[in-house]
Design a binder for this molecule. Structure first.
Ligand code: PGA
Length: 268
């Protein structure tokens, strides 16, 4: 894992945007994995700005989102399709026909839908860069604690903690889905690079478990310890329970020097 600690959430977003821009500008048909939630909103704002200022075009980019709720359709403002349109897709030149979420409409078979999503990712050539947030319970996507570390896209029952963490986004009388389709941990581990963003004190324990805890399905994000190219972007608050902060800072200075001398090497 490469742990990079920034002063604040804005710097986390700026650095994440640089990673995305580098991929899109480097590869002819880049494939991005995207996340919803509060954390990546500032990343999407920066990507929209880069598009508007002519630094970035999404014309040839395909996107696969991590997850989508069950029981609400894409026209519902609570759907993750709506979130993505609202925060990114409506404001850039991406072909919406190349943007995918793991949906399962009423009457569809979630197992077949999960398999079809896996096939679609494979057919696209695989995900180059997967953006991730992390839940306070260590989840990535909606892979809740005890999810198989080898899981693939499937239907998942959300935990009480996730439901209560996300209840802030729903009105009191509004239907809050308790089921979702999510990429599996195995699906996420197949991405060539993963970029996890975590900000705020509420994530500090999950970040500690992910980075230094045992590899365990109790902290699904700890599976990233097995990934060859996992980049973890943290603000100071999210990093506050990590013991070796000085080492991570020092290692990053060294990495910058190595990159300067030998060039950036991202094997997309
Ligand atoms: P958040 O969610 O960005 O809204 O904190 C992250 C997650 O649950 O993965």
């Amino acid at each position: 894992m490469q742990i990079i600690i920034f002063d604040d959430a804005q710097q986390v977003a700026s650095n994440a945007a640089e990673w995305v821009a580098e991929l899109i500008n480097k590869k002819t048909n880049p494939v991005l994995g995207l996340a919803t939630g509060s954390t990546p909103i500032s990343l999407y704002k920066q990507l929209v700005t880069k598009y508007q200022t002519g630094q970035l075009s999404f014309k040839n980019t395909s996107c696969f989102n991590l997850d989508e709720y069950l029981g609400i359709d894409e026209g519902n403002p609570q759907s993750y399709r709506h979130f993505m349109n609202d925060n990114l897709f409506n404001h850039v030149d991406i072909d919406k026909g190349n943007t995918f979420l793991p949906t399962c409409a009423q009457g569809q078979n979630p197992r077949e839908q999960g398999l079809a999503y896996e096939e679609k990712i494979k057919y696209s050539g695989g995900i180059d860069l997967q953006i991730l947030g992390i839940g306070a319970n260590g989840h990535i996507g909606f892979n809740e604690p005890t999810s198989s570390l080898a899981s693939r896209t499937r239907i998942k029952t959300l935990t009480q903690q996730t439901l209560s963490d996300n209840s802030r986004l729903f009105d009191k009388d509004e239907f809050q889905p308790t089921l979702a389709m999510t990429m599996g941990i195995g699906t996420i581990l197949d991405a060539r690079y993963v970029l996890l963003m975590a900000t705020g004190k509420s994530k500090a324990k999950a970040v500690q478990d992910m980075v230094t805890g045992p590899l365990s399905s109790m902290c699904p994000a700890s599976a990233l310890q097995m990934h060859e190219n996992a980049i973890i972007l943290l603000d100071k608050a999210a990093a506050s329970q990590l013991e070796d902060q000085n080492y991570y800072q020092w290692a990053n200075v060294q990495n910058l020097k190595i990159n300067q001398e030998f060039g950036l090497y991202h094997n997309y």
